[in-house]
Design a protein around this ligand. Structure first.
Ligand code: ZN
Length: 412
């Protein structure tokens, strides 16, 4: 992992002119935003234009370079200094070129910032094109497309908020704020992890007092999110003719009984995060209807409501393991790939509604001693779905709220 000047990054040069999105100042406003509306803030056109540009460039995890290049150009045009940080290809896509995180700031690079503003530029598949509801644009206007909510809506609102704040509030020092946009939040989180690792040996060093993470929280300030645990469980039995089941041992049957017990078990509860929930995401086993199955396996996950940030997932893993053992001490193996406990974030800021969310974020991937905030426009309930959307009002409220949050973190 190393940082380099964005100017020399070959991907930027390699991008054809036709693929380059125009900076806002040179671009025509989209047709829909040409009609000024009574309820429109001054930055409405800017919000619509930037979100349209970001959503129109597909950036499924592992393939974020084009949207990253657009963002680098955009930030430079807005007067930011920009560095990019290469991130190696993900394990399941070894042939994709190196991706990159983007770091942006004003003035000379300092070693300590008051506020880091961050979100992710990758999305889940498949790409869904940008689409804005026809007719007059108002706060209720719906914008559809992949990333409108998760999380290009957050990226857009964060950028417009920072620009608006710096141009309207003379008391804010632009050099107190640093921006970070990372790759691969939706898969391994290795974009944020690469950034976090690089903090140990960055030159000049880099630290920040607060970090504002952009993810869909329904425009509320999150008090935290549940932890998570991802595992594969396997049951080994013995095959036999289905007419003589007593001669075999059904791995499917063992798995069904074990999963039933886990679904009914108390995997932990806390007042802030509620119940630990359990999902059997993939279930497979056996070879044919008339064969007693010798092998069954499941991909499972839990959303962890209990325990510490670093260890909460282990409590849940132990409970799942114990139930598998109790079902059959010889048949089962359990392999957990990764997990973490629940993470709290600071939700004690005046003027914000509060929420607790059940999904994961990049917060566990960014180590260090800083105050966390988690906020963004749109709902997680439509993120990752085929009808992902955000409203113009959601985005504009987020622009206002991000400014409030930034001012709060600046002590103003
Ligand atoms: Zn997200």
């Amino acid at each position: 992992m190393h940082w380099t000047s964005a100017i020399v990054f070959p991907a930027l040069l390699a991008l054809g002119a036709a693929q380059q999105q125009r900076p806002l100042s040179e671009a025509n406003h989209s047709g829909s935003s040409q009609h000024a509306s009574a309820d429109a803030p001054s930055y409405r056109g800017e919000v619509l234009q930037l979100l349209e540009s970001l959503v129109s460039i597909p950036s499924i995890s592992g393939e974020e370079n084009e949207v990253g290049s657009f963002l680098v150009d955009f930030l430079k045009h807005q007067g930011f200094k920009v560095d990019i940080q290469f991130v190696p290809p993900p394990n399941d896509k070894p042939d994709v070129p190196d991706r990159f995180n983007i770091l942006a700031w004003h003035g000379d690079r300092k070693s300590n910032y008051k506020t880091l503003v961050t979100s992710h530029i990758d999305t889940v598949p498949p790409h869904i094109p940008w689409e804005i509801e026809k007719g007059h644009v108002s706060k209720d206007t719906v914008i559809k497309g992949r990333g409108t909510t998760d999380a290009k809506g957050s990226v857009t609102a964060q950028l417009v908020a920072v620009n608006h704040l710096l141009s309207t509030n003379k008391h804010v020092n632009p050099e107190d704020i640093i921006l970070l946009f990372v790759v691969s939040e939706e898969t391994s989180g290795d974009g944020m992890r690469a950034f976090s690792d690089s903090l140990k040996h960055m030159n000049p060093p880099l630290s920040f007092d607060s970090a504002i993470f952009g993810e869909p929280t329904e425009n509320k300030l999150a008090c935290g999110h549940k932890g998570a645990l991802f595992c594969t469980a396997e049951a080994k039995g013995k095959d036999a003719h289905s007419g003589y089941p007593e001669l075999g041992k059904s791995a499917n049957e063992l798995m069904i009984r074990a999963m039933n017990k886990i679904l009914d078990a108390d995997l932990g509860y806390s007042p802030l995060f509620g119940k630990t929930t359990f999902n059997v995401g993939r279930f497979d086993g056996g070879v044919a209807s008339n064969v007693v199955p010798a092998k069954a396996w499941v991909d499972i996950s839990a959303r962890v409501a209990v325990g510490s940030e670093k260890e909460g997932q282990n409590d849940v893993r132990k409970k799942i393991y114990d139930i598998l053992q109790e079902t059959d001490p010889e048949a089962f193996t359990l392999n957990c790939s990764h997990g973490y406990g629940p993470y709290e974030s600071n939700c004690d800021v005046e003027g914000f509604e509060q929420i607790v969310v059940n999904y994961g974020t990049d917060i566990p991937n960014l180590e260090g001693d800083y105050v966390r905030y988690l906020y963004g426009p749109g709902s997680i309930l439509v993120a990752h779905g085929d009808h992902e959307y955000v409203t113009v009002g959601d985005l504009e409220k987020a622009v206002e709220d991000y400014q409030k949050l930034i001012l709060h973190t600046l002590g103003q």
